[in-house]
Design a protein around this ligand. Sequence first.
Ligand SMILES: *Cc1c(COP(=O)(O)O)cnc(C)c1O
Ligand SMILES: [Zn+2]
Length: 418
Amino acid sequence: MQTSEAFVGLDCVDCGNRFDPGEEPGRCPDCGGILDPAYDYDRVDLSPEQLADRPFESMWRYAELLPFPAEAAVSMGEGGTALVECPELADAMGVGRVLLKDEGRNPTGTFKDRGQAAAMTAAAQHGAGTVALNSAGNAGQAAAAYAARAGLDAHVYLPKRAGFTQKAMTEVHGAELHVCDPVGGAGKSSQIGDAGAAYAAAMDDHSDWYSVKTFVTPYRHEGKKTMALELLEQLDWEAPDAVVYPTGGGVGLVGMHKAAVEAEKLGWTDDLVPMYVAQAEGCAPVVKAYEAGADEHEPLADDEVDTACNGIAIPDPGASPLILDAVRESDGGAVATSDAAILDAAIEVARREGLEVGATCAAAVSGAFELADRGEFGPDDTVVLLNTGAGNKDVDALRAHLGEREAAEEAADGEVAE
Ligand SMILES: *Cc1c(COP(=O)(O)O)cnc(C)c1O
Ligand SMILES: [Zn+2]
């Protein structure tokens, strides 16, 4: 296996044992815990000055802090995304600056590309022939794309509720798409857990398949951590006062917090980055756990999930202890807003700033407004909204909401006229 100089192994977050990355592609063989890439930071030969001389065009510019060198990467230039000033939103929010980290500019239109680039690099290094995962949609599409890039076969298990774009592009990339019925019967719509059950059954039947599923491969959060490295570099290594993150499984939030800790450890920054979980009220297990002071979430039943935000319709986020740790350690917070507020926020951003945020991603925008209302931010604060994906990934939810608003306005006008 071709690995980076400072990468020393995979540490289990539960039992603490260290494993050889050449041998362990998934969870901890001793206790089933999540494995986390570990580094000898004294061997990281990289500095902000060196970085300043590298083009800002892909996440692999931080390869010294990733498990694999850039030469080994399965890459399509993911990362290197813009951090866009949003003066109108800052005014409306009553803070110094609002910046939008625009992950919609990735190869398949979401930050899932960073995770899949890292995971697929590992798959290629391990000599995998077929990769598999279940996903809410965007990770499946990204896996299909990166598998194509690496010349691997892919099986992607999605719930019925996944978007048309995600299902279609998964097949366009040549992956095998499995749209899963709910466990216990067809008819109603299915959730990510149903896709997870079908994926697990298929993995049992195919011992040679290689998993690129959330927090099974140790590399997805590692790829996504580059969002924080970029963000800090774009802010001249000065931590913002808040990053508001639309949270599903928490892969990106956990990764970003890890990178902020690393940047502090390396002496590149003085402060951690306060991480805020934003969820939809119709599926907010992490927010509930945070508010209850709990160490982990209570799963929702599939039929309790009630949100149009597909990317964060995750009723049972297994890594919630890591998410909650990251939020508390970084002195962040958690907030849930209604679907109406989320979809209104997406339209607001599109109209005030011209920027296109996905329906799911807009939970960060409405969440930030709610936090501002609660007095969580000061007038000089810099608030970063993580736009995890492009607006055009889920246009249906946005257009449907616009239609409802227009119908409600017309009805109200009609009443006035009468
Ligand atoms: C997957 C996804 C999320 C949630 O990501 P996690 O890192 O797993 O919490 C948020 N937004 C979009 C657009 C997604 O595709
Ligand atoms: Zn373990």
